[in-house]
Structure formats: C-alpha cells, structure tokens
Design a protein around this ligand. Structure first.
Ligand SMILES: [Zn+2]
Ligand SMILES: [Zn+2]
Ligand SMILES: [Zn+2]
Length: 220
C-alpha cells in the first residue's frame, strides 16, 4: 500500500483541473501500477473519488491519495509458487536419489552375480582339473587306439592304423577308451564320459560343447 498527500483544490469547480493535474502527477511518478488507472474514468461516489486501484479521501485541507497495491497478493502468489517449486524440487530430488539407489542396487546385483559366476567357474576349474588329471575320476590318458589297440602318437582325429574315429570327451578332452561309460548331448551329439558330463552339468547346467541348457535326464 502506498499513501501520499496532495493539496486539495479549494472548490469543487476546480476538481476537474485537479483530476487532470493528478493524472499527470501519477504519470510522472514512479507508481507504474497507479499509472495504469489512467485508462479508466474517475468515479466519485460516497465522498470517495476512485479510479482503478486509487482512492482519494478528503481530510481537512488535504486529500489522501490511497493506492491499493496488488503486491500483497502477488507476494502471496509468489510464495505459494515458490513453495510448490520447492515441493517439486524435493520430489524430483527424491526421484533422482531413488533412481541412483536403484541403479546402485542393480550394480550390486550384477556384482553378486559376477561373484557367483566366478565362484562357479572356480569350482568348475577345480572339477575340470580333477577330471583332466584323473585324480579321483578314474580316467587315464588313452595311449592306445580303442579299436585296434595300436599305440597312438596323436590326441584326436582318426587312428592312423585302423582309421577309426578317436572320440574325445567334451569335458576332459581326452580320447574315450573302449570300456568308458559315455553319454551324448541330445542337441549337438557331443560325446562325453558319463561321470564327467554329470559333474559338469551339475555345476554349469549346460553342454560344454554347444552351450545348450542340459538336464541330467536329457542325456542319451
Ligand atoms: Zn586304431
Ligand atoms: Zn571325460
Ligand atoms: Zn551339446
């Protein structure tokens, strides 16, 4: 609210002159809000001269010019908007923090999976080491052809003497002996020592050759 004083004209006849003078004063002043009232007509009722947001009251030899400011309302609106913005920012921050937390959680999940995977691989490596070295799997490197019994100088392909195919275990990669119990992958027909593939799929759950998911009962 802004109040300021202006000398009142002595007679009512001078009122028009005064109003004109007052309009000019308002235009010249810094009261931009009040200046807008120049677009409307002055209204004199109940002894109060008013125009837009300006009221003029008589008081002895002075008149009080009272400019109703809209600033108060504006301030309230601004404060409300600021509060809303703060609320919005808080919500956004919450969402961002939640997103970061979830992202971290999924990273943790990935780490756990990776660790589990690497632990599995270690077990598998141990198992394949045992298998390869035949420590407790009872497998020895085949040095003679399972078909003709001639000594072999190579570790796969075909026997140079009888021409029979030298099948290798898909798990331990050793040539399969003639008395070894074997089994086949139903998808790729990869041959393996039965105990080897059983141990392998127990850990890895898939065929070492074609990578298809493999269950114990699927082996042929
Ligand atoms: Zn042979
Ligand atoms: Zn094997
Ligand atoms: Zn397979």
């Amino acid at each position: 609210m802004t109040d300021f004083e202006i000398l009142i004209p002595d007679s009512a006849d001078e009122f028009d002159t005064f109003v004109e003078h007052f309009d000019q004063q308002i235009k010249n002043s810094n009261l931009k809000r009040a200046a807008k009232i120049a677009q409307t007509e002055w209204d004199l009722s109940g002894g109060i001269l008013s125009k837009g947001n300006v009221n003029i009251h008589r008081s002895a030899n002075n008149i009080i010019v009272h400019v109703k400011s809209k600033i108060d309302v504006l301030v309230i609106i601004i404060v409300i908007v600021l509060f809303l913005l703060m609320g919005l920012i808080t919500v956004l921050l919450g969402i961002i923090i939640l997103a970061i937390a979830l992202n971290n959680e999924s990273k943790i999940g990935t780490e756990v999976r990776r660790a589990t995977e690497s632990a599995k691989t270690k077990i598998l490596m141990k198992a394949s080491y045992r298998i390869e070295t035949g420590l407790d799997m009872g497998k020895k490197k085949i040095t003679e052809c399972p078909s003709c019994g001639k000594p072999l100088s190579k570790e796969g392909g075909f026997c140079p003497y009888c021409g029979s195919k030298l099948e290798k275990c898909t798990v331990c990669n050793l040539i399969i002996g003639k008395d070894d119990e074997i089994t086949k992958c139903p998808y790729c027909s990869g041959i393996a020592h039965r105990d080897h593939i059983l141990e392998y799929i127990k850990i890895k759950g898939e065929c070492p050759r074609c990578g298809k998911e493999l269950k114990k009962y699927e082996l042929v």
